[in-house]
Design a protein around this ligand. Structure first.
Ligand code: ASP
Length: 359
């Protein structure tokens, strides 16, 4: 089946579904068990990871003022990047194992199908803004480390110390007991120890903001920004700056992004795969759930518990061109995993659907 055919097929199916839903009652749930809502094509909607309520609110307001969906989404996540109390992103983000904050981010603009990314960027609190400039002002897609910093400084970004007292204390606490838990692994020839089967959710903190935006013209964009896995090896790059893994947008189909263990996404091209599954007719939640199953299938034993469930967290977010959206997460722990939504009905936290429930 050619991609053109499948896209045309998807778009007419989606419009048909949306029109049908609108005839019943605008905003009615597409399927009773699906948290996505299908609206008339192209009413604006912004979604984000659970830490993005303020971000989606801001991005939605800006889209209402006619701001490009990518610029709106970036302005939204800048709130979180600037927040010293969010230890997962930008200023105050948790550092690598040497105590140095290294940030990753990507942006993707649906209408032009252009993207920009930075990885292992130090000393600049808004990597998403630098990623946008990589997209607009270079012939490249990804800049890393020292080169990314020099590029940011060339564009007038100020260097600053991104480690807050709180994030330094968290790092110090980890460092003082790090013989128990770090990201170094023994050679495969050595027997698996308890150490290497550690519970990643307890040992390390993931945290990121992914934000996906759709405007009333039906144009999509997305951004993912993070300080990455806490206490990672210096130079470690996760999925967030990698187009197709931590973020992907196809303006004819939809957008997807993720938070959680980046290595799992890098090995499964998760965001690209979710968008392609939506292109073949799956709802956002179905596509996110199916991708979680693929990740589980490909997960090495070291990272599985005795019931065969991954010991790491992973959450996907998807927004389809017709405004349907959804999220799915690997495991709901004691706290339900939520994602943020802003649309004509206001701003709300919605549950991500868990692949595995409870403990
Ligand atoms: N996905 C990010 C990474 O692996 C971390 C996160 O989302 O928490 O770098």
């Amino acid at each position: 089946m050619s991609q053109d055919w499948s896209r045309r097929h998807f778009i007419s199916a989606a419009i048909g579904t949306a029109a049908g839903a609108a005839m019943l009652r605008p905003g009615i749930a597409a399927e009773p068990d699906d948290p996505s809502t299908v609206r008339t094509p192209h009413s604006a909607v912004v979604i984000a990871s659970g830490n993005g309520l303020a971000a989606v609110r801001r991005a939605y307001e800006l889209i209402g003022q006619g701001v490009d969906p990518l610029d709106a989404a970036i302005a939204g996540v800048n709130i979180v990047e600037d927040d010293p109390n969010d230890n997962s992103v930008g200023y105050g983000g948790l550092p690598n194992e040497d105590g140095v904050v290294e940030l990753d981010a990507s942006v993707m603009h649906g209408p032009t199908h252009k993207a920009g990314s930075v990885a292992s960027l130090q000393k600049i609190r808004n990597p998403s803004k630098v990623a946008r400039l990589v997209m607009l002002r270079t012939d490249h897609e990804l800049l890393v480390g020292e080169g990314a910093l020099r590029f940011a400084k060339a564009h007038g970004f100020a260097e600053e110390n991104l480690l807050t007292d709180k994030s330094r204390q968290l790092w110090l606490d980890w460092r003082e007991r790090r013989s128990e838990v770090d990201a170094w692994l023994p050679p495969a020839s050595q027997p698996t120890t308890q150490h290497s089967r550690l519970d990643w959710r307890a040992a390390f903190t993931y945290g990121t903001i992914n934000c996906l935006a759709l405007n009333e013209r039906g144009d999509l964009s997305g951004v993912t920004t993070t300080s990455g896995l806490s206490f990672k090896l210096a130079g470690r790059v996760g999925d967030s700056p990698i187009i197709g893994a931590g973020l992907y947008v196809d303006n004819e189909i939809g957008a997807a992004g993720s938070t959680g263990r980046g290595e799992a996404n890098l090995l499964n091209c998760s965001s690209f795969s979710i968008v392609e599954m939506m292109g073949r007719g799956m709802t956002p939640v179905e596509a996110c759930m199916e991708q979680l199953r693929r990740v589980v299938k490909h997960t090495e034993r070291r990272l599985l518990d005795s019931a065969g469930r991954p010991t790491f967290g992973l959450t996907f977010y998807a927004l389809r061109k017709d405004g349907a959206h959804g999220s799915a997460t690997m495991t709901d722990g004691e706290k339900q995993v939520m994602y943020a939504v802003a649309d004509g009905a206001g701003t709300a936290a919605r549950p991500s659907r868990p692949l595995y429930s409870g403990k």
